[in-house]
Design a protein around this ligand. Structure first.
Ligand code: DNO
Length: 349
């Protein structure tokens, strides 16, 4: 297991020097952020990122994310041009030793929460998803925007995009994903890179859009679309684990034993009876997921990939990008490293 930390590049308010001081933290997960989706990442930008990270004494092996252009997800005519660019990016990333690329196939919106600063009992703030709040959210006509969303669309463009996906439906999205994999996975294999799809977050349809990377049956279907270790998943407990229908321990064991988990996002979630959820502290007793059991399942099935603590709460008065503060992610990662040390010492018991 290799512990890692997401860093948003030079514009991140958290410095690499601070990240390096987190015990057991050796790897940075990052991306080139100033290139529009669909374009190939310039070699110079990749090299610069690599230089910054390695100069700080850290390693750069995991990219999150290389975004997939909407035209690829929609299966539009010019998708091949965008896929060619995607493959160029893969080839360029392999030159600096990247091993894993995390991406998602969520239509239009990346991860979705209904409030980013919900105060928890202990005074910390967290990202939450409350159904009642979601009903009042209108992604087209309000000024709503979440940190993971592409904000470059006009209202009209967004509306048109949503209509296209509604027409496409789940079946169409599956077939466009298969098309993408058939072209990209051979290139990833050739360049020694593992592609790791991120589950839809939360793992159900929102705003009427199709979402397909949501549960065990669909993960099986996804892996069968292209049978290769280069076609893997980002095992994200914070997204798949948003519903108790997904047994995270079972999924961790199953897909690790199949060698299809090069990367894991580990965070705890507190699920309410009505299906609402809150992002809680990492420790098992604070949420609904048994983090020790998830790590044990990874360990026992031979996990050798990268883990990152994923989102954290905002604590100690920290401000910044919701979910991506320094303190709680640092504490979370140390907790996860502690469990891992115990697993190594006890042979997984
Ligand atoms: C949320 C993240 C996601 C993830 C993308 C991968 O915090 O895990 O935004 O980076 O879905 O493409």
């Amino acid at each position: 297991m290799k512990m890692s930390f997401r860093w948003y590049g030079k514009q991140d308010s958290i410095s690499l020097e601070h990240i390096r001081q987190i015990p057991n933290m050796k790897n940075i997960v990052s991306a080139v952020y100033d290139v529009p989706p669909g374009e190939a990442w310039p070699e110079e930008s990749i090299q610069e990122l690599y230089r910054d990270i390695t100069a700080a004494g850290l390693e750069f092996k995991v990219v999150e994310s290389v975004p997939v252009h909407e035209d690829i997800k929609l299966g539009l005519q010019n998708r091949d041009t965008y896929i060619d660019n995607y493959i160029d990016t893969i080839a360029r990333l392999s030159k600096i030793g990247i091993e894993v690329i995390c991406y998602n196939f969520m239509p239009v919106f990346d991860w979705t929460r209904t409030q980013l600063d919900k105060q928890l009992e202990d005074g910390s703030t967290a990202l939450v998803y409350y159904k009642e709040q979601l009903k009042k959210m209108d992604p087209v006509y309000s000024d709503l925007s979440l940190p993971g969303w592409d904000t470059s669309y006009t209202r009209e463009e967004l509306q048109a995009l949503i209509s296209k996906y509604t027409e496409l439906g789940e079946a169409g999205l599956w077939s466009n994903l298969e098309y993408f994999l058939n072209r990209v996975i051979p290139a990833a294999e050739e360049h020694g890179i593992k592609m790791a799809i991120h589950p839809d977050d939360p793992p159900w349809s929102i705003f009427g859009l199709p979402r397909i990377i949501t549960n065990e049956a669909n993960l099986d279907r996804f892996l069968n679309l292209y049978d290769s270790e280069a076609n893997g998943i980002t095992l994200c407990s914070g997204s798949l684990g948003c519903t108790s229908d997904n047994d995270m321990v079972k999924l961790a064991a199953k897909y690790t034993s199949l060698n299809r988990v090069p990367f894991a996002h580990l965070r705890n979630i507190k699920i309410h009876e009505n299906g609402d959820f809150e992002e809680s502290a990492h420790i098992s007793s604070y949420g609904s997921l048994d983090m020790a059991a998830i790590l044990q399942a990874l360990y026992k099935n031979g996990f050798t990939g990268y883990i990152r603590p994923d989102h954290g709460r905002m604590i100690w008065g920290e401000t910044g990008k919701p979910g991506y503060g320094l303190y709680d992610r640092a504490i979370g990662s140390t907790y996860l490293s502690g469990i891992w040390e115990m697993l190594e010492k006890s042979g997984g018991k």
